[in-house]
Design a protein around this ligand. Structure first.
Ligand code: XFA
Length: 425
């Protein structure tokens, strides 16, 4: 394959001709990300990140662009790469390059190119690193240790990344402080419940265009993601059936008003199935064997082994793509089962992932963590740090002001009452 790039001083992207289209997308995201825009205004005035060199490795999307331009507005010098070769939006990368951001990212890059891009961003000799998957932190520690002395601290966005960093810290291998953005309530809860809930339904509708009202909608796994999907399906009039292995989660689902059944039972009655468990083999051969004709099956869990597709293929006598992201399997007895996005994350493959309004809060946490590291990083002990509780509350407070909500304030007497241990009852 002959590939062409747009290369320039301090960037490499697919095609600078896409920059104008990328800018439209960024403008749209800005209008949906009020928290980040408020923080941009405040910290641009304060120049909170003046003199900070920040290397970032994070999905190059329109929402990330709003984060990058906020960091820049606060005075930082930026170098950026994508953290996943398939999540990069080439038009967004071009728009950032056109705006003078040092960026190395294009859709579909190879593993070797991925590390080449990371190395170009590290040439900035960053004071701060911003990660989704901890690739920058690992690269600095393992391949570019000469940079370690200069780094004040970093952030990490993902659960897996944070797990690995905690293990590294326990071994004494971590050499600078890292803030675990993932653990913020304004990230975790809102991403998983509201982001995944809406975008998964969105993916199902784009791929099938079916009416959900009156359908039996089976949600496997009643964690944050599953509960978001259940809530939104119920909102569209579906009858929701949940499956669980964890007693407390199953109880929660029943008290939220859903039926809880084993997958063996649910398989017989379900019209639409979505898996959100994080485990493998949630829907397998014995379930396909009893499903109704026309059943729709999809996954929104992290890995694509929740639905056992080899099992389905073994039962099928025919398979065809009937719509984009929708494959029809015909079984021996003539029943048809529809698999969306080949069992991969339906909200990414068939829709557009988390809405900008949700990314607004995750990225506000990234932004404020950069400000915190710039201010206090040299005093933070080496290790993995949580988001401070008041940062969560501050972000939620700013968001609330944009959704037309009124918030009560404790009187001094009420505040004293809550901490008073002498009064008894
Ligand atoms: C793509 C994201 C991943 C895109 C990018 C382009 C398009 C659609 C891949 C991603 C993550 Cl792995 O974004 C979406 Cl056309 N996101 C985050 C996201 N989701 N994640 C749903 O949207 C959260 C998550 C995932 C998938 C956690 C754990 C495992 C998998 C980055 C982003 N999204 C907003 C995109 N709006 C267009 O910026």
């Amino acid at each position: 394959m002959s590939e062409t790039f747009s290369k320039g001083q301090g960037y490499q992207v697919r095609d600078m001709g896409l920059a104008a289209r990328g800018r439209l997308k960024i403008d749209w995201a800005e209008s949906r990300m009020p928290v980040l825009m408020r923080l941009r205004e405040e910290h641009a005035a304060k120049r909170s990140l003046a003199g900070m060199r920040i290397a970032g490795c994070l999905h190059v999307t329109k929402e990330t662009a709003v984060l990058v331009e906020s960091l820049k507005a606060a005075g930082a010098e930026i170098s950026w790469s994508g953290c996943n070769p398939l999540s990069t939006q080439d038009e967004v990368a071009a728009a950032l390059a056109a705006a003078g951001v040092s960026i190395y990212a294009w859709h579909g890059m190879s593993v070797a190119e991925f590390y080449w891009c990371i190395d170009r961003t590290l040439d900035l000799k960053p004071l701060l690193t911003l990660d989704d998957g901890a690739d920058l932190i690992f690269s600095v520690h393992n391949r570019r240790p000469e940079l370690l002395d200069g780094v004040i601290g970093g952030t990490e966005e993902t659960t897996t990344g944070v797990h690995r960093l905690r293990a590294m810290a326990a071994d004494g291998a971590l050499k600078y402080p890292v803030i675990a953005v993932n653990d913020a309530e304004t990230k975790w809860d809102f991403d998983n419940v509201f982001g995944t809930g809406q975008s998964s339904i969105d993916g199902i509708l784009r791929a099938t265009s079916v009416l959900l009202a009156g359908k039996n909608f089976v949600v496997a796994g009643y964690g944050h993601c599953g509960s978001g999907c259940a809530m939104r399906a119920a909102g569209l009039g579906a009858r929701v059936i949940c499956t669980e292995v964890k007693p407390t989660a199953a109880l929660k689902a029943t008290l939220h008003g859903y039926q809880v059944r084993t997958m063996d039972e649910a398989a017989k009655v379900g019209d639409v199935f979505i898996t959100a468990t994080g485990c493998k083999d949630v829907i397998t051969r014995r379930h396909f064997e009893v499903m109704k004709d026309g059943a729709i099956v999809c996954n929104t869990g992290h890995y694509d082994c929740e639905i056992n597709l080899p099992d389905l293929a073994a039962l099928a006598v025919g398979k065809r793509e009937i719509r984009a992201n929708c494959e029809e399997y015909t079984l021996r007895d003539g029943r048809r089962i529809y698999v969306l996005a080949q069992g991969r994350l339906v909200n990414l493959a068939a829709a557009e992932g988390h809405p900008s309004e949700v990314m607004d809060m995750s990225f506000a946490n990234q932004f404020l963590s950069m400000v915190r590291l710039a201010r206090d990083g040299k005093r933070l002990p080496i290790g993995v740090h949580d988001i401070p509780e008041d940062q969560d509350q501050d972000i939620a407070r700013i968001k609330l002001a944009t959704v037309d909500a009124g918030l009560d304030v404790l009187t001094p007497e009420q505040a004293a009452y809550l901490t008073d241990y002498s009064a008894g009852t």
